[in-house]
Ligand binder design. Structure first.
Ligand code: AHG
Ligand code: MN
Ligand code: MN
Length: 339
């Protein structure tokens, strides 16, 4: 095999090679991952030409979160639901954009897996051409057969068997892990394939950034304010790492930059949002899985995100995610000042 073929690893080839690590694998799980990559290509096509077709702007509906739905939210959600309903691989789905669990239609076979997802993350950035993304997590169903249930969806992140995200930005990157490291694929639009660009990535030991919406500083707890001062190098025994601040307002993009360059992202609880803003099931937990696979860590300021079992689908959680030393330091300040 000449060198050229050695270098081109499509996501399909990578998924198949990952499958070989699991002797009992049946290929269904691999096909599910490939289905998600296909959804990402379809969504990417719409995001890259969002300015041209009538897909910008508000969909004129409000979602379960009480947030204005963007047309691209609705399109991305419909794409993922449609492409995964008939395959027979899923027992049930749950989406940020759907109030309840998404049942697999009666006429289709039910499968072993559960797909939870945020079809489009960072919606507020769609109309200003800033990177947005899709976040997904995959569980095995807990029930034995028949239609999947809410309990099949309400699993702690430590039960995830795969997770990942897609960033629709200057390039369309898909990042995923099945528990064997974190791998990054970049879409080559000329051939319509995701090609491996980074394998087994690890968050750099030396953090470069901290990401938080400083606009909410007046509402933060004492511990979070002290932690932020520490990060900024203010006061004795402060952090000496000289971090830059970056905040895009798209969780996926903020997380990806910190994963690749080192850093911490946090969206703490505040006086107006006592549980924070981000959702545990399809934002925090899948990214916490990726963070830990890459040598990082994620907590709600007190406990590991992966240990938290959701009580309901759209449960929110404070989120601190990135370099373990910084995430654990945040918890120290919260314990010291907030009790
Ligand atoms: P979504 O578009 O899926 O609702 O997610 C938006 C989230 C997340 O992407 C981002 O980190 C956060 O909202 C930004 O919130 P603020 O504008 O309050 O900073
Ligand atoms: Mn989101
Ligand atoms: Mn969303």
């Amino acid at each position: 095999m000449n060198d050229m073929h050695q270098k081109i690893i499509t996501i399909e080839r990578h998924i198949i090679e990952q499958e070989r690590l699991y002797p009992e694998a049946t290929g269904v799980f691999s096909s599910l991952l490939y289905d998600i990559a296909l959804c990402a290509k379809i969504i990417a096509r719409e995001t890259t030409r969002a300015g041209l077709v009538d897909i910008l702007g508000l969909a004129g509906k409000v979602n379960i979160q009480g947030e204005q739905q963007m047309k691209l939210d609705v399109f991305a959600n419909a794409t993922i639901v449609r492409m995964n309903s008939y395959t027979g691989r899923l027992a049930v789905m749950a989406s940020e954009e759907s109030p309840d669990i998404i049942a697999i239609p009666e006429e289709y076979q039910k499968g072993r897996y559960v797909l939870v997802f945020d079809p489009l993350d960072g919606s507020s950035n769609i109309d200003v051409n800033i990177s947005i993304g899709t976040i997904f997590g995959i569980y095995r169903r807990l029930t034995l057969d028949g239609p999947g249930t809410l309990d099949d969806c309400l699993q702690a992140g430590k039960n995830l068997i795969a997770a990942g995200y897609v960033i629709y930005g200057s390039s369309t990157d898909m990042v995923y892990s099945t528990g064997q490291g974190v791998h990054v694929f970049t879409l080559d639009p000329s051939v319509g394939e995701f090609l491996l660009s980074h394998s087994n990535i690890c968050i750099p030991d030396a953090p470069k950034y901290y990401s938080v919406n400083q606009g909410y500083q007046p509402y933060w707890s004492h511990g979070v304010r002290e932690f932020t001062r520490w990060l900024q190098g203010i006061g004795e025994n402060a952090y000496t790492g000289a971090l830059s601040t970056r905040y895009i307002g798209s969780l996926v993009a903020d997380f990806h930059r910190n994963l690749m360059a080192g850093g911490i992202f946090y969206y703490p609880a505040d006086a107006n949002r006592p549980d924070g803003k981000l959702r545990l099931l399809y934002e925090a937990a899948p990214l916490a899985y990726i963070a830990e696979q890459a040598g990082g860590y994620a907590s709600d300021g007190r406990q590991s995100i992966l240990d938290i079992k959701p009580g309901y689908l759209h449960q929110r959680t404070p989120l601190f995610i990135g370099n373990r030393e910084l995430v654990e330091k945040a918890a120290e300040f919260i314990a010291r000042y907030d009790g």
